[in-house]
Design a binder for this molecule. Structure first.
Ligand code: PPS
Length: 286
């Protein structure tokens, strides 16, 4: 049975299982980002696997064979995990990589490279609810308690990868750089086709209309729900309680409305306003 305990790497809580201070330090200080690397970066539960699927499909011109035959963390290794780092180091360029790291712990070499980062954000209230449910089934995460309790844990940043606010503010320092692209889960939901076109444009990858259709179709919630290489159903029972819930849970915007009381929403909004003061950007959930 995995332990539901966290290590603390430079103030950021991470599961003890699958992570080590040594490999986190290597990723931060020694990992070499290559100019032709593309990295999917997110705060957890913001659409990481969705974006990974989209990129995997774009990479192969809409052909789903690869995303249906290779498990997502082999296709796009998580550079901060012990196993993911090893796979990333062995992968031939051009590499597709993934990370949840906050900006300050991301490989330093990124700042001197042309590696591309695609940063996906999501309404933090939906992130909270998605994380809450995921904490009940993924056995390396601490038990969330009640929604009210988890709301406080989340707002204080006492969750894996730390504070949502710090993650956003850290990465938004990059927002005007040519090798940085940001998009929201809400935009993907609203118009996946237009989002795929924008991503292709950023990557300098030209797909024809049929290929874009194929990306959109194969990255739908339904298709991904049925793709065992992406839906986490292959995780062993000792890691994930498949009877209690699914990784591909609802895949909608605004599910927080089914979980937070009016008072909890107002409390969330107050903390949001305090933390996002000075961020001169507008997001679809505001
Ligand atoms: S993780 O564990 O941090 O990697 O999770 P992450 O992939 O970032 O986010 C999981 C949520 O993304 C939803 N999801 C999707 N929504 C819409 N369409 C597609 N294709 C899709 N794929 C994944 C997934 O259902 C999780 O959200 P919730 O709200 O829990 O359903």
């Amino acid at each position: 049975m995995p332990l539901r305990t966290y290590l603390n790497y430079k103030g950021i809580p991470l599961p003890t299982e699958g992570f080590s201070e040594e490999s986190l330090s290597f990723t931060e200080n020694e990992f070499q980002m290559l100019d032709d690397d593309t990295v999917v970066v997110t705060y957890p539960k913001s659409g990481t696997i969705w974006m990974s699927e989209i990129l995997g499909l774009i990479w192969h011109n809409g052909d789903p064979a690869w995303v249906r035959s290779a498990i997502v963390w082999d296709r796009m290794p998580w550079i901060e995990t012990v196993d993911g780092l090893k796979i990333a180091l062995e992968s031939p360029p051009p590499r597709l990589l993934a990370s949840h790291l906050p900006f300050q712990l991301f490989p330093k070499s990124f700042l001197h490279s042309k590696a591309k980062v695609i940063y996906t954000m999501r309404d933090p209230r939906d992130v909270l609810i998605s994380h809450y449910h995921f904490s009940k089934i993924l056995k390396v995460l601490k038990e969330p308690g009640t929604v009210a309790e988890f709301l406080e844990t989340f707002l204080k940043g006492n969750v894996i990868y730390g504070s949502w606010f710090d993650h956003i503010k850290g990465w938004m320092q990059m927002k005007d750089k040519p090798n940085f692209f940001w998009i929201t889960y809400e935009e993907l939901q609203q118009d996946l086709r237009a989002s795929v076109e924008r991503i292709c444009h950023f990557l300098g990858k030209e797909l024809n209309s049929h290929q874009i259709d194929a990306v959109v179709e194969n990255a739908s919630f339904k298709r991904m729900q049925d793709n065992k290489m992406s839906n986490l159903s292959t995780l062993p029972e000792e890691m994930m309680d498949h009877k209690e819930g699914k990784f591909m849970r609802k895949g909608i915007c605004g599910d927080w409305k089914n979980h937070l009381t009016v008072a909890q929403k107002e409390h969330f909004d107050r903390v949001y306003q305090e933390n996002m003061r000075g961020v001169n950007m507008t997001f679809p959930w505001e």
